[in-house]
Design a binder for this molecule. Structure first.
Ligand SMILES: Nc1ncnc2c1ncn2[C@@H]1O[C@H](COP(=O)(O)OP(=O)(O)OP(=O)(O)O)[C@@H](O)[C@H]1O
Ligand SMILES: [Mg+2]
Length: 273
């Protein structure tokens, strides 16, 4: 969550053993379990830095159990949008409703407890802590048993399990991105937001990141994904929004946007990865 904390406890606990892996997260429910409802509803959100309006009156929905992507060029306001949802920026106006609760006015910790986590741009793992300690940090607001979630996360990311005692700063870029996602999962969110998870990674690793995004989604997780890699993001997403200079200029099904000539011209011709 960007914010450093003093909750790092380097405990001597050993990590989980394979075989006792939980079957994922039953509490999330699955797609099609009930009528589709919006888990997140953003209305007329504005974010300003001094006199500069980075986010100008945007409204969008994230339906439960779906992958929604926000694409747009550098400086469009994507990160500002995600950061304001978890109160890392204070909105200048508008409403953010999540799972029936109004989030504006809440602090970041309370919002995380309500079930949202952000995998920040640039990953921001704790480089001097081990993989295992990073995962424990992700769960610092919880005081229930973490073992079954650790087992589950390690089953999703076997490479992290192999490297559980390695300092996070010595992981490769792709491994650090996986760790950042795994750490976010440890807070048991209902919705995970990812800010440019593919940035700076080799194409084969980008593919792995998107495979994991799909896998987590199939377990019931709702995902709000910010990407400049519009091609990959729109292919993965149920719903997409295009952001330009602080405003949403287009929206639609991911596949439809991927075919849209305006989107193709502006974002897909120069898509990375
Ligand atoms: N802390 C800040 N102080 C002042 N201006 C900021 C701050 N953070 C962002 N901005 C400005 O707000 C605008 C939107 O930035 P933001 O980081 O939200 O864009 P973005 O879509 O995430 O871009 P990128 O794809 O490059 O990450 C930019 O003009 C940026 O310079
Ligand atoms: Mg950004």
């Amino acid at each position: 969550m960007g914010k450093n904390t003093n909750h790092a406890e380097a405990t001597g606990n050993t990590v989980g053993t394979v075989g006792s892996v939980s079957a994922g997260w039953d509490h999330l429910g699955k797609r099609g379990d009930g009528p589709a409802r919006n888990l997140l509803e953003v209305r007329n959100l504005r974010v300003s830095y001094g006199g500069i309006e980075a986010v100008r009156d945007i409204s969008f929905d994230v339906p439960e159990h779906e992958i929604v992507t926000l694409i747009g060029a550098n400086g469009a306001g994507k990160s500002s949008t995600l950061r304001s949802i978890v109160a890392l920026e204070k909105p200048a106006g508008g409403s953010i409703r999540f799972d029936g609760n109004e989030l504006t006015g809440m602090g970041t910790e309370q919002i995380v407890k309500n079930g949202i986590t952000l995998v920040p741009e640039g990953r921001r793992v704790f480089v001097n802590l081990s993989v295992y300690e990073n995962l424990r940090m992700g769960a610092y607001l919880r005081n229930d048993d973490l073992q079954s979630d650790l087992d589950w996360v390690y089953s999703l990311f076997p490479r992290l399990k192999e490297r559980s005692w390695q300092a996070a700063g010595t992981l490769s870029g792709g491994e650090q991105q996986m760790l950042a996602i795994a750490r976010a999962l440890m807070s048991r969110p209902k919705m995970i937001m990812m800010d440019e998870p593919s940035l700076g990674l080799a194409p084969i690793i980008v593919q792995e990141v998107f495979d994991i995004i799909r896998e987590i989604n199939q377990m019931g997780m709702t995902i709000l994904l910010v990407e400049q890699n519009a091609n990959m993001a729109l292919k993965a997403a149920d719903l997409g929004y295009v952001m330009e200079t602080g405003q949403i200029t287009l929206s639609g099904a991911g596949m439809d946007l991927a075919q849209n000539p305006v989107v193709r011209e502006a974002y897909l011709g120069k898509a990375r990865g």
